[in-house]
Design a protein. Structure first.
Length: 252
């Protein structure tokens, strides 16, 4: 009985020893990880937001500036509608975004980049596609497709253009996004009005034509939260004019 009792006592002591050993090893690992992070701080990250389709135009220059200002920066991209990007900026999910000047965006600031002309998008087989440009009166007589449902800034520009041109544009269809707008143009034979950057996203069978007369334009801006204190954001904004000049030169 005595030997059995001692055996139980030794087993319990062994378990305690193992527990202490595991705890000591864990503490050593935590200390080593802390020291490693102190010696090599976590990689800087930056989130860029884009209206879908603008990446083709603006991403190369944006990346060039970011990597020149902070080599090795980890850049994440987010492509959404303009209202969605504004919401992401307000929630701190995005550092800076290429979007429209959203009215309902408290706490955000906007820096002007360029004015984008609107163009008419229509089926390649449409009778108006043979023309070099489209008159507003021609659009009024066709099936009109409202381009993007969740785009208040674009909607306001189109409504202003229609009013100045003395035409009424009553949508037969309302697209949820640019992709749907292209599909509706191709499938219904209708016409829509889009910022020129949408030419980077044209569906097969859809073409664009410039508008005659006073061409409507919409501002593209850089949006950011006024509470974002990122030094990299500040340096990026300081070079926004340089970036816009390069893009304008390439576009021309």
């Amino acid at each position: 009985m005595e030997r059995k009792a001692r055996g139980i006592e030794l087993t319990a002591a062994g378990r305690v020893f193992l527990d202490h050993a595991r705890l000591a090893l864990a503490q050593v690992e935590i200390a080593a990880e802390t020291a490693r992070r102190a010696a090599q701080p976590e990689k800087a990250s930056f989130v860029l937001g884009f209206l879908t389709g603008h990446e083709v135009i603006w991403l190369p220059e944006a990346l060039r500036i970011l990597r020149r200002e902070q080599p090795g920066v980890d850049v994440t991209l987010s492509s959404q509608s303009s209202p969605e990007l504004a919401g992401a900026l307000m929630r701190g999910k995005v550092d800076v975004a290429f979007l429209r000047r959203e009215a309902q965006a408290p706490g955000l600031a906007f820096k002007f980049l360029i004015k984008e002309p609107l163009v008419a998008a229509l089926p390649s087989g449409h009778r108006l596609a043979a023309r070099k440009s489209i008159r507003p009166q021609d659009i009024a007589g066709e099936t009109y497709i409202a381009p993007v449902k969740a785009a208040p800034a674009l909607k306001a520009v189109i409504e202003g253009y229609a009013a100045r041109s003395g035409i009424a544009l009553t949508p037969a269809y309302e697209a949820e996004n640019l992709s749907m707008a292209m599909s509706l143009v191709a499938s219904t034979g209708g016409i829509t009005l889009l910022p020129r950057y949408a030419e980077n996203l044209l569906s097969p069978g859809v073409v664009t034509r410039p508008l005659q007369g006073e061409i409507p334009t919409i501002d593209l801006v850089l949006g950011y939260s006024q509470s974002n204190t990122s030094p990299l954001l500040k340096r990026f904004l300081a070079r926004a004019d340089e970036m816009a000049a390069v893009v304008r030169k390439k576009s021309s």
